[in-house]
Design a protein around this ligand. Structure first.
Ligand SMILES: C[S@@+](CC[C@H](N)C(=O)[O-])C[C@H]1O[C@@H](n2cnc3c(N)ncnc32)[C@H](O)[C@@H]1O
Ligand SMILES: Nc1nc2[nH]cc(C(=O)O)c2c(=O)[nH]1
Ligand code: SF4
Ligand SMILES: [Mg+2]
Length: 258
């Protein structure tokens, strides 16, 4: 897993699109997708490898990519983002962007930073407490992480809660939590997670797992790993006792944009 030094980072792609997930769905963003991740979620829809170059879609929505040599320097990335106008914010995603916190800390951009993170690296999160204006933090359910044994689960929970505490909502930052749920997700596993982070977030989003490599325009495939509408609405009803809880599927996968 290649992390970045202070001045350059391995970046998989840079493009402009609209936010497809969570409460800011539809806002115009530039996306910076860093390479590398510290987790292996069984539902992950993203190629975050580093093939040695970064795909750069300079013209919004064109589908035409230039290849930039990796690693990309801070000044190169700042210049690459300049053509994108009228942005709500710049999404820092991956892979796991917190692996590149030293690099992010040095970025100087015109738009606010929107961090999209798995929230498992508190020592890295600490470096960005003054830097990011939006935090879209996942709470990863341990059952959906490949290779996570029962001994590691307690530390995983502690690290996640500490990340939310460090990057919590305040006067100059919104912080919300997304939980990806599948057909086996039980209220008993989601409730303690939501209770623990509720003081730090503005709302919780239940994000139904989108089947990878299947026809996402067919919402009810016969043997679905997706949570049933009834199950997810039961989850929402219980969690609404704790905090504003919304159900928002990934909209960009339906539309077919990046
Ligand atoms: C690719 S991840 C990158 C950022 C960070 N590593 C994380 O997991 O939050 C971006 C978002 O996509 C979500 N995601 C990935 N695969 C998904 C799928 N098959 N269905 C629903 N959400 C998915 C993740 O849970 C996360 O909220
Ligand atoms: N349109 C769009 N919205 C997104 N929201 C989170 C994404 C991600 O992969 O981090 C993503 C993405 O890849 N595309
Ligand atoms: S943490 Fe994010 S990028 Fe990493 S495997 Fe999970 S969903 Fe994919
Ligand atoms: Mg994505």
């Amino acid at each position: 897993m290649a992390a970045s030094d202070f001045t350059s980072a391995p970046i998989r792609e840079v493009f402009c699109s609209v936010q497809g997930e969570g409460p800011y769905v539809g806002t115009r963003q530039a996306f910076v997708r860093f390479s590398g991740c510290n987790l292996n979620c069984n539902y992950c829809d993203t190629d975050f490898s580093n093939p040695g170059t970064c795909n750069y879609e300079q013209v919004e929505g064109s589908g035409i990519f230039e290849k930039i040599k990796n690693p990309v320097s801070i000044s190169q990335l700042e210049s690459m983002l300049k053509p994108f106008k009228k942005l709500h914010s710049v999404s820092l995603t991956g892979g796991e962007p917190l692996l590149h916190a030293d690099f992010i800390e040095k970025l100087n951009l015109d738009s606010p930073l929107y961090l999209e993170s798995n929230m498992t690296l508190p020592e890295q999160a600490r470096k960005l407490t003054e830097k990011v204006a939006y935090v879209s933090g996942d709470f990863k359910l341990p059952k959906l992480i490949r290779g996570m044994g029962s001994e590691a689960r307690e530390t995983h929970m502690e690290n996640t809660v500490e990340c939310f505490r460090l990057l919590r909502k305040n006067q100059s930052r919104d912080c919300f939590c997304k939980v990806v749920v599948d057909s086996n997700t039980e209220l008993e596993t989601v409730t303690p997670a939501v209770e623990a982070i509720a003081p730090y977030v503005s709302c919780v989003i239940l994000q139904p797992e989108t089947p990878i490599g299947r026809d996402v325009t067919n919402p009810r495939p016969s043997q679905s790993i997706q949570a049933s509408v009834q199950n997810i609405m039961e989850l929402q009803k219980s969690l609404l006792e704790i905090i504003d809880t919304r159900v928002i599927p990934q909209t960009h996968r339906m539309w077919g944009c990046l």
